[in-house]
Design a protein around this ligand. Structure first.
Ligand code: C2O
Ligand code: CU
Length: 464
């Protein structure tokens, strides 16, 4: 991957984003103040400017081992590029569209100006075949993010168009290794080619398109070498169209230090979390010193049959000194009881109906994209929103440009002390979230099962 580093100085240094809300502002309750203190840290862009091109094209070289499946890629590779920058740095990405169809790039989970969010029909026009488009932004948060097209995503993401964006915070401790594991599945035919039928009735009647070939970083069950005693950060990213993973290590329980990019308030064992499409989980794992010559296996236990995903092969060498530091955690996380006492402001009804372009239409409040009415919210105000799943399928709901806290499932209060940008809602389940929108603009609110979204399940939250 080509990265040019250019340091800008002078006027642009320490520019402060003026859409930010001041904390301690009169009229804000403790609750809102708490959320804004945790989320609304003033944006500083005093870092480097990274310029790079992302060429979306049918790939000649990118393959899924062991098949020679034709894929679509950014810059010719499966898995897509992993871009690493530092907090305060600015990204200047030129998307060059060499596909035969329009595309765009959405920066999943990144809080950025609405104009850079990459949603055709909402924040920009789709980038036509042969055209290019410039995205420029300074991420507000450090963490694990990813990017992908927001046009025909059922086809474009499935075929391989996705990449990872890591924003590093020099204040966070250094691990022995920092691994990125991109979890995906592919629906391949007998010849090992990607089945070229998208948004089928079957996908729509189920939880989207589930593949028959699961990969980590484009390979089935890859192995990564570690030394005994090493302390590893593993960033799990689910880029699958529909598949939900419940990733677990067979021999030990690593700690979760970040969910959807953002550090958790209190690291906790990985024994409950699901990794739905769109979700990220960062793990803190210490390789036991007496594990020489053995291996640690990551498996998925979401489906009935547990599935081997990847392995850490522990080399047969002398154990190294384990880096000793407390797991990184969010500096501050709000814990106001008012969150739980606030009434529901809006209840999104998630359901399906017969008819429409694909024969089945997925709806939010009986509306299907693009014929939707945006939900208007005010920046800086606390809202409790509910997703009520009236259907018997899964819906990982994702809100662009915002982080929210899950505060209830059904009647039961939930105390998640971390943020999410995507939450999995089970059949007939309802989930309440708390959020204080910060950045103004039109933000998509959709199911991240890409087939459900394509068949209508996308609305808009307009933050004013
Ligand atoms: Cu990965 Cu509209 O999202
Ligand atoms: Cu859905």
């Amino acid at each position: 991957m080509l990265l040019f580093f250019i340091t800008l100085c002078g006027v642009e240094c320490f520019a402060v984003d003026n859409t930010m809300l001041a904390q301690g502002q009169p009229g804000l309750s403790n609750l809102e103040d708490g959320y804004l203190t945790a989320l609304g840290s003033t944006l500083v862009n005093n870092g480097e400017v990274h310029k790079l091109d992302l060429v979306a094209a049918e790939s000649q070289t990118g393959i899924i081992v062991p098949y020679r499946a034709k894929v679509w890629t950014y810059n010719g590779k499966i898995p897509g590029p992993v871009i690493r920058i530092r907090l305060g740095d600015t990204l200047e990405v030129t998307l060059i569209n060499r596909l035969k169809q329009p595309t765009s790039i959405h920066w999943h989970g990144v809080r950025l100006p609405n104009t850079e969010d990459g949603v055709p029909g909402l924040t920009q026009q789709a980038v036509a075949s042969g055209a290019s488009y410039l995205y420029r932004f300074t991420p507000r948060d450090a963490g694990t993010f990813w990017f992908h097209p927001h046009v025909k995503s059922s086809e474009q993401i499935e075929k391989g168009l996705h990449g990872v964006l890591i924003v590093e915070d020099p204040k966070q401790p250094r691990y022995s290794q920092d691994l990125v594991w991109i979890l995906d599945d592919w629906l391949l035919d007998r010849e090992g080619q990607i089945v070229d039928r998208f948004v089928t009735r079957h996908d729509l009647a189920h939880d989207g398109r589930w593949g028959n070939f699961v990969t980590v970083n484009g390979q089935p069950q890859p192995s990564f070498t570690v030394s005994p005693g090493e302390r590893i950060r593993i960033r799990l990213v689910n880029v699958a169209n529909g598949r939900v993973f419940a990733p677990r290590f067979t021999d030990l329980t690593p700690r979760v230090i970040a969910v959807d990019g953002m550090l958790v308030a209190q690291p906790f064992p990985l024994d409950q979390l699901f990794l739905a499409p769109g979700n990220r989980i960062d793990l803190d794992l210490v390789v036991p010193k007496d594990y020489q010559g053995t291996s640690l296996e990551l498996v998925d236990i979401f489906s009935r049959e547990s599935l081997s995903l990847a392995r850490l092969a522990v080399s047969n060498v002398q154990a190294v000194e384990t880096p000793d530091f407390p797991s990184p955690r969010a500096e501050y996380f709000p814990d106001s009881e008012q969150v739980y006492a606030t009434p529901v402001y809006h209840d999104f009804q998630l359901n399906a109906e017969r008819g429409g372009y694909y024969g089945i239409t997925w709806t939010i409040d009986k509306q299907a994209w693009p014929e939707i009415t945006p939900l208007k919210l005010r920046s800086g105000k606390f809202y409790r929103l509910r997703f009520s799943n009236l259907s018997s399928r899964l819906h990982p709901m994702h809100i662009h440009g915002q982080f929210f806290q899950v505060i209830a499932r059904g009647e039961k209060t939930v105390r998640e002390n971390y943020w999410r940008d995507t939450v999995l809602i089970g059949p007939k389940e309802s989930v309440d979230i708390g959020l204080v929108p910060v950045d103004k603009g039109k933000w998509a609110n959709h199911c991240h099962i890409l087939e459900h979204a394509e068949a209508g399940m996308m609305g808009v939250i307009a933050v004013q």
